[in-house]
Write a protein that binds this ligand. Structure first.
Ligand SMILES: CC(C)(COP(=O)(O)OP(=O)(O)OC[C@H]1O[C@@H](n2cnc3c(N)ncnc32)[C@H](O)[C@@H]1OP(=O)(O)O)[C@@H](O)C(=O)NCCC(=O)NCCS
Length: 220
């Protein structure tokens, strides 16, 4: 496990981020956490454990030591009072980012394998406008960008959920990819708009086999 410049670089604000690319076993879980994966398949128990290990390491940087990160009713991690954070895992990678709520009201991160979203999946994750854009790109670029659109929506979902508790479908927001930023527009009225007007901006990086995305919302 190590400090993640890749994930911290997704935010302008001071964020603490750790990543693990090596397996971390479920024996590292605290008792209060282990019960959430008691009957899970080994792959799921391992990714859950890696997320908890990275989260504990990140929280220690905020002087919160040995924290048991429980799971909320909608699978969301229950961060300590005054802290916001997010967890992501994909094959060979687990990452966590945390920040004080005085710096950010909420944050969300996501990592995917480049090429994870094949052409046949576009209709499930992309809007008509996004599909038209993807279809105009060279094939390799389109593959990367489809994964990026998917990842951006997942990161945005994780960011807005703790504030609104609203479930979103992939057609509810539309992503524009700019050279250094992501811009998200709602396609229907979203609960988040009552707290923070759209568009919402995020950042992304394409690094090796991964695409990573992050959204942060300013303190209220
Ligand atoms: C929750 C969800 C976003 C997870 O994304 P994923 O790419 O499948 O998986 P990731 O590994 O990146 O993220 C999983 C982590 O997300 C976090 N998470 C799960 N539910 C969450 C929620 N409701 N709010 C915030 N974070 C949540 C958890 O920490 C989880 O890891 P853990 O179970 O080990 O703690 C996804 O499964 C989901 O349910 N999406 C809802 C539909 C959606 O995303 N729509 C997009 C519309 S904009």
């Amino acid at each position: 496990m190590r400090v993640s410049r890749l994930l911290a670089g997704l935010f302008a604000e001071p964020v603490i981020a750790f990543e693990a690319r090596e397996p971390i076993g479920p024996e590292t879980l605290k008792e209060e956490e282990a019960r959430y994966v008691g009957r899970a398949v080994p792959k799921r128990a391992a990714e859950f454990a890696a997320g908890r290990a990275c989260a504990r390491r990140a929280l220690a940087e905020l002087a919160i030591v040995d924290f048991a990160l429980r799971v909320g009713p909608d699978r969301e991690p229950l961060w300590p009072q005054g802290v916001t954070g997010s967890i992501t895992h994909t094959a060979g990678f687990c990452g966590v980012a945390v920040a004080r709520e005085t710096e950010m009201a909420s944050l969300g991160i996501d990592a995917e394998r480049r090429g994870a979203v094949e052409r046949r999946l576009w209709r499930q994750v992309a809007t008509e406008r996004e599909i038209r854009w993807l279809e105009g790109l060279p094939a390799a670029r389109a593959t990367d960008m489809a994964s990026l659109v998917f990842s951006a929506k997942e990161a945005f979902f994780k960011c807005q959920f703790p504030l609104t508790r609203e479930w979103l479908s992939f057609s509810d927001v539309s992503v524009s990819v700019e050279s250094r930023a992501l811009r998200l527009m709602p396609s229907r009225r979203l609960a988040l708009e009552a707290l923070m007007p759209a568009p919402w901006t995020g950042r992304y990086a394409l690094r090796g086999p991964l695409v990573v995305t992050g959204f942060g919302l300013p303190p209220r």
